[in-house]
Design a protein around this ligand. Structure first.
Ligand code: GRF
Length: 200
């Protein structure tokens, strides 16, 4: 399996995915693509020897034009699977349909709770005792596709959005590679999603 990773920022999930693929040899990272030219993850990808490319969405007149260029770039890279990892662009319905079942995303909450942004702040405000992260298939509904895996994280007294985000991120780095490896092995996760529990 050739895996492309889409990023917009720091790329810590991207690094976790690349390291796991390399260590296990069960997939090949073929491309890291960022819509943000200043994403710190681009240098990390280069340092890991993975081709890194920028496709700046601001240079395209419409979402469709960006998505078309993205599709073409992924085709040229020979990507079989597309992993969104902190990719802050909504993919349009035409793109999603064209790559149906082959796009994964990691979201920093236990979906269906807290789709969208500011998940850690909203989890604290809601007073939940357990928070976490989800890897799901991407469908046209934002953060709404089938759940492939989740990792649960306790909310501790005195947690801030930042401390909670850090604790969740550590579990993202466990969960995403585990889900990707299972998908590459052909495991039908929609019927039996991976469930991880974090220590405090
Ligand atoms: C992660 O929390 C991810 O779930 C969210 O954005 C963050 C990206 O972090 N969508 P990184 O770029 O992988 O370090």
């Amino acid at each position: 399996m050739r895996v492309a990773i889409l990023i917009s920022g720091g790329g810590s999930n991207m690094v976790a995915l690349i390291q796991a693929m390399r260590a296990g040899g069960w997939a090949e990272p073929c491309l890291v693509l960022s819509n943000n030219p200043t994403a710190a993850g681009l240098e990390k990808a280069q340092a890991l020897g993975v081709p890194a490319q920028v496709l700046d969405h601001r240079e395209f007149p419409t979402r469709e034009a960006f998505d078309t260029a993205l599709s073409e770039t992924l085709r040229e890279a020979g990507a079989d699977l597309i992993c969104c990892a902190g990719f802050m662009r909504v993919l349009g319905p035409t793109f999603v349909a064209a790559h149906s079942g082959r796009i994964l995303n990691i979201h920093p909450s236990l979906l269906p709770l807290f789709p969208g942004l500011d998940t850690h702040k909203r989890a604290l405000e809601a007073g939940v005792a357990i928070h976490g992260c989800t890897v799901h298939e991407v469908t046209p509904e934002l953060d709404g596709g089938p759940i492939l895996g989740q990792a649960a994280v306790p909310v501790l007294g005195g947690d801030t959005a930042e401390s909670l985000a850090q604790r969740v991120l550590r579990q993202e780095h466990r969960l995403y590679p585990a889900v990707l490896q299972a998908i590459c092995a052909g495991t039908p996760l929609k019927d039996a999603p991976i469930a991880l529990l974090a220590d405090a």
